[in-house]
Design a protein around this ligand. Structure first.
Ligand code: FES
Length: 67
């Protein structure tokens, strides 16, 4: 069942449960969820003020909607 989930973050959340920090994906584009894999860099090309809808692979924007 497909579903749309809205993410507003453009980068990861850093947590430090032990001596080594962990970066948790907050943008929704990581293919290694829940961990950040750097895919949030693609958020920089999104158009401000619109909702970007990505393809199933979370690689490219297929639609832009009014916010
Ligand atoms: S915050 Fe999502 S890939 Fe980095």
């Amino acid at each position: 069942m497909p579903r749309l989930i809205r993410h507003d973050a453009e980068g990861p959340i850093k947590i430090e449960p032990q001596d080594k920090p962990i970066f948790v994906c907050a943008c929704g584009l990581s293919k290694n969820f829940p961990f950040c894999d750097g895919a949030h860099k693609g958020c920089k090309s999104e158009t401000p003020g619109v909702v970007s809808v990505y393809d199933a692979e979370r690689e490219r924007v297929i639609e832009e909607r009014d916010d």
